[in-house]
Design a protein around this ligand. Sequence first.
Ligand code: ZN
Ligand code: ZN
Length: 316
Amino acid sequence: MLEWTFLGTSAGSPSRTRNVSSLALRLPQRSEWWLFDCGEGTQHQLLRMPHLRLSQLTRIFVTHLHGDHFYGLPGLLASRGLALGGESNVTIHGPDGLGRWLNMTLRMTGNRPAYPIVNDVIAPGWSLSEYGFKVDVCPTEHRTESYAYRIREADNPGAFDIEKAIADGLPSGRLFGQLKAGEVVTLPDGRVIDGSDYVGETKRGRMTVYTGDTRPSDAIVSFATGADLLIHEATFHSSEQAQAEKSAHSTSLEAANVALRACVKELVLTHFSSRYDADTAHPGIDGLLRNAHTVFPNTRLATDFQRFSIQRPDSI
Ligand SMILES: [Zn+2]
Ligand SMILES: [Zn+2]
């Protein structure tokens, strides 16, 4: 199962119902999981999510160095050292400066976890491949160096129909390998066999883009094109367009336009200003959703502790 869990969906500061940014990805058929952003209090949120054990966290990807996206790191890493089995490496990917900040913080507080922490600096063009997934980045338009992450699963080639091959009287051995690779082969008896007749359809890999903080941009549209899931920030309602532009964030309407232009399957909005959670707030959090629905109907608002699994798309 490829599953996202929202651990924090508030922008800037927490509200009574939402913590600051944090998002977990559980990998299919692995006991490992990855974390995207780590706002303050992420470790508290994890206490309510027993399927995400700290000892099994192996990678942390940080979008940018605003506190609501990474102030949770020192506490979480320290607790991981105390967690049962928390002895394996953790690699932290983030913009330049994150590693220095973290090392200094841990050193000055005499809190160096016993397991290795690897710092990896993200820059344009950066990518990582592991377990059949490729992660890459796209710079976003924000007030500081900031990146969106794209997580793409490799396509899964179709299975070779060995029973059909045997039933058709094809000789096994090297020929089967050639047919499996989709080759067209001429047999000694003159028959021409097309491998594609014996191989099932390729299953397209799943793709998610998580924007972090950003203004809507053409670069994000092209980066997210064809994604199964786009997780886009929506700090503001469109009635606060000027505020969104000034602070280099997006409105839910703008995020919906990005989803529409990028032809994604589903849009999940997150990173909401805490003003929309207040009882007296206008227009309220539902207003952000109504706004987005006018442009892109397949939109949902993330809530803390919500889990989204992505099914494998239909065959190519
Ligand atoms: Zn933020
Ligand atoms: Zn920010």
